[in-house]
Design a protein around this ligand. Structure first.
Ligand SMILES: NC(=O)c1ccc[n+]([C@@H]2O[C@H](COP(=O)([O-])OP(=O)(O)OC[C@H]3O[C@@H](n4cnc5c(N)ncnc54)[C@H](O)[C@@H]3O)[C@@H](O)[C@H]2O)c1
Length: 253
């Protein structure tokens, strides 16, 4: 199986941390030129500088992926630096504190919806304008097991992650015959700063997190990166509109 991304261009959002960071590093190691996108300008610049020092091709892009003008500029900067866009991992997302639905607020709904769902739609829109011209490309959107199942207290987050799969499937069908493949990935609990923050903020809800995983451990960001690279590779050439659970068995129960 060919997992080389030599002469390919990849864009990763949320590349300063967690799964985005691991995936940007994996794309770079596989030979891609990588645009590392994040709201945290300093952190993403540091990662891109390190990748360049290690001999890879990388640029940092400071961007709030909820802002349409900034997302448009993000794709323009990538194409201006590297000439094309072959693979995109729309990964940015945030958690929301567990709360009974009757107690949830419209401010929190709008905040999480903008970061987790609207951003994926915006990123796809501008990535697809470029990929449509090229008549080629692969997009992976980061959903969650929260896109496949419900968990009490998590209605807002899970609604946005179900929405990511809806966006993925519909857009995938639009572009299936035009050389562009769009899929979603559904991680289980992964050992990232997001989960560390949840454990710190919600020690009671999160206390059995490891035991709750059938595999008996949290996932590693690199295990998500490996699946994203495969989904973007020619080996996944017949995989379209799929929501791939990478969850240590969580949704197999
Ligand atoms: N960690 C998990 O267990 C888990 C499980 C399932 C799904 N997910 C999803 O995976 C994705 C990545 O999660 P993670 O755990 O690696 O997160 P993380 O918190 O470690 O990293 C998220 C990155 O996104 C950036 N970011 C946040 N808002 C942004 C914005 N508006 N514009 C640009 N960048 C922004 C942050 O600066 C950060 O670098 C999210 O969509 C999350 O919902 C996480």
């Amino acid at each position: 199986m060919n997992l080389s991304f030599e002469n390919k261009v990849a864009l990763v959002t949320g590349a300063a941390s967690g799964m985005g960071l691991a995936t940007a590093e994996a794309f770079a190691a596989a030979g891609a030129a990588v645009a590392l996108v994040d709201l945290n300008e300093q952190a993403v610049r540091k990662v891109a500088d390190r990748l360049v020092t290690e001999g890879h091709k990388a640029i940092p892009i400071s961007c709030d992926v909820t802002d349409e003008a900034q997302v448009k500029r993000m794709v323009e900067q990538t194409v201006s630096a590297f000439g094309r866009l072959d693979a995109a991992f729309n990964n940015v997302g945030v958690q929301s504190l567990a709360v009974e639905t009757a107690e949830s607020t419209s401010e929190e709904f709008d905040r999480v919806n903008a970061i987790n769902l609207k951003s994926v739609w915006l990123c796809m829109k501008y990535e697809l304008l470029q990929m449509r011209n090229q008549e080629s490309g692969a997009i992976v959107n980061n959903s969650s097991i929260g896109g496949l199942i419900g968990i009490p207290g998590r209605a807002i987050y899970h609604a946005t992650k179900h929405g990511v799969i809806g966006l993925t499937k519909s857009a995938a069908l639009e572009y299936a015959a035009r050389g562009i493949r769009i899929n979603a990935i559904c991680p289980g609990a992964i050992d990232t700063p997001m989960v560390a923050a949840m454990i710190a903020k919600e020690p009671e809800t999160m206390k059995d997190i490891t035991k709750e995983q059938p595999i008996g451990r949290l996932g590693k960001p690199e295990e998500i990166a490996a699946a994203v690279l495969w989904l973007c590779s020619p080996g996944a050439g017949f995989v379209i509109g799929h929501a791939l659970a990478v969850d240590g068995g969580y949704t197999a129960r």
